[in-house]
Design a protein. Sequence first.
Length: 229
Amino acid sequence: MVPPEPSSPSVEHVVLPWVGSEKFVIIIRECVPPVLLAKLAAAAEGQGFVGDDYYFVPADGRQAQRCERALVNSDLMAGQLYAHVRAMLPVTVDERSCCGLSQHLRFLRYGAGNGFMPHTDGPSERAGGDEISTLSFILYLNDDYQGGCTRFIDPHCSRVDAVSIVPAAGDVLVFSHDLLHEGATVSRGVKRVMRTDVMYRRTADPDVLRLQTESASPLRPCCAEARAL
């Protein structure tokens, strides 16, 4: 695994007033260096993007996502990304220990007028079900566009109470799968992101879990730039 390049990413804890402390949302600023961003973007371009398409259609029939997409399966690049974020992720979740990022790297490219309507994410599994994802991982590959923020929404209120994340290139957003969120419509330019999952492995020995939790460095809270819209 390639070690992270020297950097000083800042971790911002995003507070969503309508959820309890059991939910997890952080944004890691300046996390992934430009050289790795370029490598990831090149891998996606080499794989090729599927043309403007609808990713899925909710039960109400609305078109939820219009974008171009590419899938890159790479243990190597997943490991390189994990090296940059490992120290900032929860060590244990639901009696499972963090074991890396999914190797399924999904690249999404949104042009002007395109976005992703409100939705929640679902878990992925590997290793015969011994490893399961709990957290979503979004890496922002560029920031030379307008609009397109990631917005968390209270399912019981209007979007007026939403909390928006305005990212920069190299920022990483990590959050609980079941939080309602959307990708706002891009108004100008092209938005490029990479989406994958944080994986957690079942650990039978409770002493192992206890030692992992006790040895973990707590996240240092800082002032989030997320803002209510």
